[in-house]
Design a protein around this ligand. Structure first.
Ligand code: NAD
Length: 504
């Protein structure tokens, strides 16, 4: 955290339908990672800002809850149109603060918009069940009702898409929302707040706070926050889950990942190598669904590594906004140093460094946080470059003798976000999808991110909680069930019933 500098603009909060200054005395610097230059300041809010935002959301809840779901959907329909018109602007904000290429950022904005499209059907999604005559003259209906104020805490790597996994669903269900985006990429959230406002969302239904652990902990323990959705690294996800559930809230906390691609000898190796290059180095490897470990089965290894090496070396690295660039910088100077440290450790631990991105120089981007694509072969499970989530452009290749060995390796890993298998054999793929202990599986699909009408989530240390985000699980997470049993007696009962009612 830094103290205020007059030279840099401050990103405001969004409370009660308008931008507001924070009472913060501490600030985080937002960088343009391609230039390595601080471009604006994020206020690091204190508990009193949390109080203001939560109070606004509490005040807005009763009217929003009682707004017919079709009317809520119509506001989100206008929001969808505004997002579509503003797509490039939003993608530019993402690319500027995160560093990813503009095209990649556009893709992520599109995946966010798809969640809004999913919840346009909210009147249908909220319909309950009805059963007539469950007992003599007794009917039963099940309802799903909103929770109240929900909070979302999001990571730096998807400033539009990940918040949109959460708030469109929460709001469509009739909740109000407080978003705390990553302090490294604060601007896109403000733009989304403006667009929601323009779409006609009542003040207080959607609010944005900025900050670090102080804000997160205040949200996690605030008695009027009913549910928390978190996406970020595993240690913080665990902290959020434990703290939030201890405070009586429902929590879904999505964590980090180490996603494996298992490549069989019968796979089309050119197709597979292209798929793996995009999945490993797209967005500089800073995706929770990035493939960061390849398990080459049988004899697939040598031919695959040769292809990966030449394709990775051909990736053009540069500023995300420049045409023809395939990979931008990583998020910060400390993160680049951390990733480079892993590369050094991999060499020290005896892995074969096939391609070293550390020496890369980008003309004009000397101050940028660039690191070239890096490839290791003959990596063993005990090495740090395999054990840890590196979250950078580093791909490691391990060798396995059999499919069973490859599946055992994937299943022994503490993470379970995504995985993919590359093969031409249906039986092999079917066995893999059945046995692998991972939440999202691709068969010849390297980044199997489910569409908005399915739910997204990993297993094991990649998700704490029961329900995944968006899709049907999202609607379940942001609502609670109620069952109403009704009788309209024609004659009053003649005696009190003291036994367990059986409706017979
Ligand atoms: P992070 O855990 O550092 O931060 C995530 C959020 O938590 C931010 O809003 C941050 O301000 C807040 N935070 C940070 N430290 C905190 C603390 N000690 N207490 C309370 N709050 C804290 O993650 P990041 O670096 O922004 O994002 C990268 C990580 O997110 C990677 O591990 C990646 O795998 C993961 N991720 C996971 C998914 C998924 O779907 N599972 C998706 C995207 C990113």
């Amino acid at each position: 955290a830094v103290t205020q500098s007059a030279a840099l603009p401050q990103v405001p909060l969004w409370i009660d339908g308008r931008p507001q200054p924070a009472s913060a005395q501490r600030f985080g610097e937002v960088f343009d990672p391609a230039r390595g230059a601080a471009i604006r300041l994020t206020p690091l809010c204190e508990a009193q800002d949390v109080e203001r935002a939560v109070s606004a959301a509490v005040r807005a809840f009763p009217a929003w809850r009682d707004t017919p779901s079709l009317r809520r959907a119509r506001i989100l329909m206008r929001f969808r149109e505004l997002l579509e018109a503003d797509k490039e602007n939003l993608a530019r904000l993402v690319s500027e603060e995160h560093g990813k290429t503009l095209e990649d950022a556009m893709g992520s904005v599109t995946r966010g918009i798809e969640v809004v499209e999913f919840v346009l059907g909210i009147p249908h999604l909220l319909k309950g069940e009805f059963a007539e005559n469950v007992g003599s003259g007794v009917d039963c209906v099940s309802l799903r009702q909103p929770l109240g104020v929900c909070a979302g805490i999001t990571p730096f790597n998807f400033p539009v898409m990940v918040p949109m996994w959460m708030f469109p669903v929460a709001i469509a269900c009739g909740n109000t929302f407080v978003l705390k985006p990553s302090e490294k990429v604060p601007s896109a959230s403000l733009r989304m707040a403006e667009l929601l406002n323009e779409a006609g969302l009542p003040p207080g239904v959607f609010n944005v706070l900025h900050g670090d652990r102080v804000v997160v902990d205040a949200l996690l323990t605030h008695p009027l926050v009913k549910a928390v959705s978190f996406v970020g690294s595993t240690p913080v996800a665990r902290h959020v889950y434990e703290t939030g559930t201890r405070a009586g809230k429902r929590v879904q906390a999505l964590g980090g990942a180490k996603n494996h691609a298992v490549v069989l000898t019968d796979a089309d190796l050119d197709f597979t190598a292209d798929a793996l290059i995009g999945a490993a180095y797209g967005s500089a490897g800073e995706r929770c669904m990035a493939i960061s470990a390849v398990v080459a089965v049988g004899t697939a290894g040598d031919a695959l590594v040769a292809r990966l090496k030449s394709k990775a070396a051909a990736i053009r690295v540069g500023p995300g906004c420049a045409p023809g660039v395939g990979m931008g910088p990583v998020i910060s100077a400390p993160h680049r140093a951390k990733v480079a440290g892993y590369v050094a450790q991999g060499v020290k631990e005896g892995a074969e460094l096939v391609l070293d991105g550390r020496g890369l120089s980008v003309p004009g981007g000397e101050q940028g946080f660039f690191l070239g694509p890096t490839l290791f072969d003959r990596v063993r499970p005990e090495m740090a470059i395999y054990r840890d989530e590196i979250f950078g452009p580093v791909l490691v290749v391990l060798r396995a003798a059999t499919l069973a060995e490859a599946i055992a390796l994937v299943n022994a890993n503490p993470y379970g976000n995504g995985t993919a298998i590359f093969t031409r054999d249906g039986g092999t793929a079917r066995r893999f999808q059945n046995e692998v202990e991972v939440g999202m599986v691709g068969i010849n699909v390297p980044i199997p991110v489910p569409m908005a009408f399915f739910s997204f989530g990993g297993w094991k240390a990649s998700l704490f909680g029961d329900l995944h985000v968006h899709g049907p699980d999202g609607v379940r997470f942001y609502t609670r069930g109620k069952v109403v049993t009704t009788r309209w007696p024609e004659v009053a009962s003649t005696a009190p019933g003291l036994n367990m009612p059986t409706l017979g």
